[in-house]
Design a protein around this ligand. Sequence first.
Ligand SMILES: [Zn+2]
Length: 183
Amino acid sequence: MYEDLRIICWPDPRLKKKSKPIDVFDEALQALARRMFVLVRDAKGVGLAAPQVGMNIRMFVMNPTGQDGDDRVYVNPVLSDPVGEEESEEGCLSFPGIHVNVVRNKAIHMSAQDLDGQTIEQTETGYIARIWQHEYDHLNGALLTDRMGPAARMTHRKLLKEMEEHYAAQHPPLPMMKRLAAR
Ligand SMILES: [Zn+2]
């Protein structure tokens, strides 16, 4: 049912929306998670949040090791008890070709639900804690562009401009807006 879903790229406005909590744990949610795992694997990524496929709901999937059996799904995640900070490079499937150094908490706790609505309580450090924080950002509409300092913006300005142009070319303004713009 979700075969048509694709990973969307910045500056698609759906990436900037705050996503809504999930209260129905049904077959459709499972199908969405399955589709997201297919997309994240095809793109050779480690994590993917629902808004990145245009669905503004609070779920993300990840597989930090790339191994079968390590697929993890988090619904309605809440992060708490952050400890320490460290800087490391991050990429994002919605920003192909862009890598940015981002400061994240070293360790963090997550309360969430699984696809059956069962409670998950976990604490992680390092790489996994970083993926959590990156994907959690997506659910609140926060993106790598929001984490970039002026230097990173400068470094990536050409690529970002190209992405804006690409998006504009694929999403021409509606006729009504054209008319308003011409007045
Ligand atoms: Zn991302």
